[in-house]
Design a protein around this ligand. Structure first.
Ligand SMILES: Cc1cc2nc3c(=O)[nH]c(=O)nc-3n(C[C@H](O)[C@H](O)[C@H](O)COP(=O)(O)OP(=O)(O)OC[C@H]3O[C@@H](n4cnc5c(N)ncnc54)[C@H](O)[C@@H]3O)c2cc1C
Length: 373
């Protein structure tokens, strides 16, 4: 490692911030450029379970175990499965038993931000071009403004990465599945029957090749996803709670009550993925981590975990290998192989979870992984 290495990270998501933090902890500075104007510009999304061998390991290497324990909700690890007629098919009897505690994304981002020096993240910088600047260096551009040059630019800029086209011709492909995200506030006091329906953790309701997944977040908030197959244009014309109710017409009234209790604002998330096994030929001074490198559908619950492990492994190689290019290649070669099973599992999940077989498959999965009732 050479401390004079100039490193830029594009994107202050979980991947980019974990990388910046681990490097900083070991004396290697990096600049993070983030297009959002501040940490609270946009809701960061729902709850996540961080896995011991990836997300939690990365936080340990970042020296943030204590901060993680303060935000981890071990009591919310339960899982329930119902069919569209409201029949409960599975309920995990020990929702507070397990090693995959839930954390809220906004809180995860905050503990990472709090661990970085002032000015490390430059907010409101939307990088729209990356240009070669001679001798394997690169500059970043935001309109007329130039940042750099840098010896290494890490694209941690998510699904529609600006950096990826410099390494790979692939674009994410639409899986056919659209998630409509909705929220329910103050559920314990205002909607106790819904709090009971969902339980301490998450509820999946499956039927007719559609799904509703609802997860308990911190502060008595529920976040739900209504999932079905429509063209991406559907949401532009139909995005409303009324259109959601119409999609799930005939489902049990207790389940439709979720839409009655939801806030008016709903968001469409079109689920895209890069091909399983996505990789590129090494190019000096550039690399990708997280969704930019291996966007997957969320069915495996692996995306954030893989992004944080990428960050930890890239940091490890940069800190322990004197030659930057060799360090990046070692990271890339291992990462390309490591993410294949997770990407494969997520692709299979996207194909089967909303099929005629989805109830039987989900039930078998839950029974295999959790103690049945
Ligand atoms: C509906 C849904 C549910 C999910 N549930 C889970 C789950 O339960 N568990 C799990 O592990 N994963 C889940 N995922 C996946 C997870 O969200 C991603 O894998 C994860 O956020 C990837 O982290 P990242 O740091 O690579 O990218 P991101 O989180 O996408 O962060 C990228 C950052 O880069 C910034 N950026 C982008 N372009 C630019 C630019 N040009 N200039 C500057 N900044 C830029 C963005 O603003 C953003 O802050 C889910 C995804 C979806 C859509």
């Amino acid at each position: 490692m050479t401390s004079s290495l100039r490193i830029a990270i594009v994107g202050a998501g979980p991947g980019g911030l974990t990388l910046a933090r681990i490097l900083h902890r070991h004396g290697l500075a990096a600049c993070v450029f983030e297009r959002e104007r501040g940490p609270l510009e946009r809701p960061q999304g729902g709850t996540l379970d961080l896995h011991v061998e990836s997300g939690q390991l990365a936080l340990q290497l970042a020296g943030l175990e204590d901060a993680f324990r303060r935000i981890a909700r071990y009591e919310d690890q339960g899982a329930r499965l119902m069919d569209q007629h409201g029949r409960l098919l599975f309920a995990d009897p020990n929702p507070d038993d397990g090693d995959r505690p839930e954390v809220d994304r906004t809180q995860l981002r905050q503990i990472l931000l709090d661990s970085l020096p002032e000015g490390c993240v430059q907010w409101g910088v939307n990088i729209n071009q990356i240009r070669p600047a001679g001798a394997a260096r690169w500059t970043l551009h935001q309109g007329e403004i130039t940042h750099g040059p840098f010896d290494l630019v890490v694209g941690a800029d998510g699904a529609w990465s600006r950096l990826r086209p410099l390494l790979s011709p692939y674009l994410p492909q639409y899986s056919g599945l659209t998630f409509i995200e909705f929220g329910i506030d103050d559920v314990d006091r205002q909607h106790p029957h819904i709090a009971t329906l969902v339980g301490r953790g998450s509820l999946q309701v499956l039927g007719g090749a559609k799904a509703i997944i609802v997860q308990r977040n911190a502060n008595a908030h529920l976040r739900g996803y209504a999932i079905f197959r429509v063209p991406t244009e559907w949401a532009a014309k139909h995005l409303s709670l009324a259109a959601l109710k119409a999609q799930f017409e005939g489902w049990h009234p207790d389940i439709l009550a979720l839409f009655e209790a939801a806030n008016e604002t709903v968001l469409a998330r079109h689920i895209h993925a890069l091909p399983v096994g996505h990789c590129w030929s090494h190019r000096q001074g550039l690399t990708l981590i997280g969704d930019a490198a291996h966007l997957m559908s969320p069915f495996g619950g692996e995306g954030v975990n893989a992004a944080m492990l990428d960050a930890a492994e890239l940091a490890h190689h940069l800190l322990s290998t004197p030659d930057c290019s060799a360090a990046v290649q070692a990271y890339e070669n291992h990462m390309f192989e490591r993410v294949i099973p997770a990407a494969q599992g997520s692709a299979e999940g996207a194909a089967t979870q909303l099929s005629h077989d989805s109830l039987a498959l989900s039930l078998a999965h839950l029974r295999q992984h959790l103690t049945p009732q």
